[in-house]
Design a protein. Structure first.
Length: 141
């Protein structure tokens, strides 16, 4: 397990509930790559935003996690998208799910537009993580 400390992307603190396994960190790196590639253009602002969120983890492992993210950008294909999203079904707390959703939305919107494929990823992620129960009638989380 990779220990986290402080407060950040996933509402981290030193209790066991928010400990993230290496597998989960790799899944998150792939998810951010999926969002960055969704509109078939990797814009600098999207890449920068995704990497900033990835930096919110243990600094000792950030370069390795960024390497996973960058490799995923190069090898990304739509076939992997559903598999990546479905891999998030179990093992995350409600707080982590919501934080991840907010981060995905930030990456999607950072270039000034939300592409239909980005919307698809967000909606698929919400469905897989059963997040719709946290969304009120105005669409706020």
């Amino acid at each position: 397990m990779i220990s986290t400390s402080g407060v950040g992307l996933l509402g981290r603190n030193k209790n066991a509930e928010t400990m993230l396994s290496e597998t989960k960190l790799v899944m998150i790196a792939h998810l951010f790559a999926s969002m960055t590639c969704a509109d078939d253009k990797i814009r600098d602002i999207e890449n920068f935003t995704a990497e900033v969120f990835l930096e919110d983890y243990n600094k000792e492992d950030i370069e390795r996690i960024k390497d996973v993210y960058r490799a995923s950008l190069k090898n990304y294909g739509e076939a992997e998208r559903a598999e990546i999203i479905q891999s998030f079904v179990v093992g995350f707390t409600d707080k982590q799910k919501i934080s991840l959703l907010r981060s995905l939305c930030a990456v999607a919107a950072c270039d000034g537009e939300v592409h239909p494929e980005e919307q698809y990823i967000i909606k698929s992620f919400m469905a897989a993580m059963e997040i719709d129960q946290f969304v009120d009638s105005s669409g706020s989380i």
